[in-house]
Design a protein around this ligand. Structure first.
Ligand SMILES: *Cc1c(COP(=O)(O)O)cnc(C)c1O
Length: 404
């Protein structure tokens, strides 16, 4: 008889965004005249930049002629894109990453979910709390964790590193030594960024203990401060302990187009095996390669026009972030993030729970955000607002909140 992967049954339902949608729909039904403003969006809203659209059109036309038609893409990505990534994202920042160490994919969600497959089932996983849920959930599915523990709102046999106000929303070395350490900076949901010095401490820790860091740099394009690293490979020794995940979703609006990449340095060896060879095997076996058309669009991200146009988009979102951060701070809220990330993390006033504040904000200001508790137990008492709305809506939402 067929059995199923019982590990999947350990996952509690993911109610966060469906609960939000239901609450907002119910409120709108009862208050049809109120104009609700959504500052909870975790998706970009600006259209693809003209340089990217041009590149897409051109690649589509190439597909129409036998001489320029392309079939299956190379498993690991086209050289034109891998070379552009190596030159612009790494060499230009003083990082030694070669094009062969770059694995082009359909995005960082897939890669952050799949990367655990190349590691043994006994490895102990450490994550920040609160955190992007994909890291833990995919390790649960793989059977690397214990049961869900409703009282603590977390899984047994996972090392949670609390990121709270007390530690500046940055993780501290856990008591128990982990094998796999997931770090995401700038962070979703908190918007916290890590300095190069602090990240260097993690790299040193991983090299000393033999752990591997899986570094999610999906938001690096939002960094505005000097001492915040765009890549973990800006740190000394990261080539022997770190895998980096990148995405074109948040820097270039590819959330619907789908493109990302993962870097696995050839010097990263564990258990006598180069992880590069394992990931190449996995990619070649289970991944069909990102579409040619999409990889050409990715190449345009690194063109001179592409860079200029995308900077305008990021600046637009970051102007919203500033409106939120400063508006709420001046109104007496305790806020963080928003300087190197499109997320503002605010402490709920008057000891409200995250969901109480959600209801309060919807009712009194008709503004929608995301309860921090949806990202982990330590997110309780916090609330995420995002900079992905329009400028006009963002200004109005913050005016409404400030007037409460
Ligand atoms: C949005 C996001 C990504 C990007 O995922 P894609 O699959 O590339 O769209 C990765 N990590 C985090 C933490 C994110 O918030």
């Amino acid at each position: 008889m067929v059995t199923v992967n019982k590990n999947y049954l350990k996952l509690p339902g993911s109610y966060l965004f469906s609960t939000i949608a239901k609450k907002v729909a119910a409120y709108q039904r009862e208050h049809p005249r109120e104009r609700i403003i959504r500052l909870g969006i975790g998706d970009v809203t600006q259209p693809l930049a003209p340089a990217i659209i041009d590149s897409l059109h051109k690649a589509v036309d190439e597909m129409a002629h036998a001489e320029t038609f392309r079939g299956y893409a190379p498993d690991l990505g086209y050289d034109f894109l891998r070379n552009a990534i190596a030159a612009n994202d790494y060499e230009a920042r003083g990082c030694r990453i070669s094009p062969e160490e770059i694995f082009v994919s359909d995005g960082a969600k897939s890669d952050s979910g799949n990367i655990q497959e190349i590691f043994g089932i006994d490895n102990k996983v450490a994550v920040c709390d609160p955190v992007y849920p994909v890291y833990v959930d995919t390790n649960v599915m793989a059977g690397r964790t214990g049961e869900y523990n409703p009282a603590h709102e977390n899984f047994d046999n996972v090392i949670y590193m609390p990121c709270r106000e007390e530690n500046g929303f940055l993780p501290e070395f856990p008591k128990e030594t982990p094998d796999l350490i997931y770090l995401c900076f700038p962070n979703n949901p908190s918007g916290a960024a890590i300095t190069k010095e602090r990240l260097q401490e993690w790299v040193d820790y991983a090299n000393k203990t033999g752990a591997v860091i899986i570094y999610d740099a999906a938001y690096e394009a939002y960094i505005t401060e000097e001492n915040i690293p765009h890549s973990i490979y800006e740190c000394e020794g990261a080539r022997t302990c770190a895998i980096e995940l990148r995405s074109f979703s948040k820097n270039a609006g590819f959330t619907g187009v789908r493109l990302g990449f993962t870097v696995v340095p050839k010097e990263l060896v564990r258990d006598g095996v180069t992880l590069h060879s394992l990931w190449a095997r996995r990619h070649g076996t289970k991944f069909n390669g990102a579409p040619y058309i999409v990889q050409r669009a990715g190449e345009a991200v690194y063109s001179q026009e592409g860079k200029a146009q995308l900077k305008t988009q990021i600046d637009y979102y970051m102007r919203n972030a500033k409106v939120i951060y400063e508006g709420l701070k001046n109104a007496g809220y305790s806020v963080s993030g928003g300087v190197n990330a499109p997320y503002i993390w605010l402490k709920t006033p008057d000891n409200m729970t995250s969901w109480e504040f959600f209801d309060y904000l919807l009712d009194k200001a008709h503004v929608v955000g995301t309860p921090g508790s949806g990202f982990g137990a330590q997110g309780e008492g916090f609330f995420r607002l995002t900079a992905f709305g329009t400028y006009e809506n963002t200004v109005e939402a913050i005016e409404r909140m400030a007037a409460l």
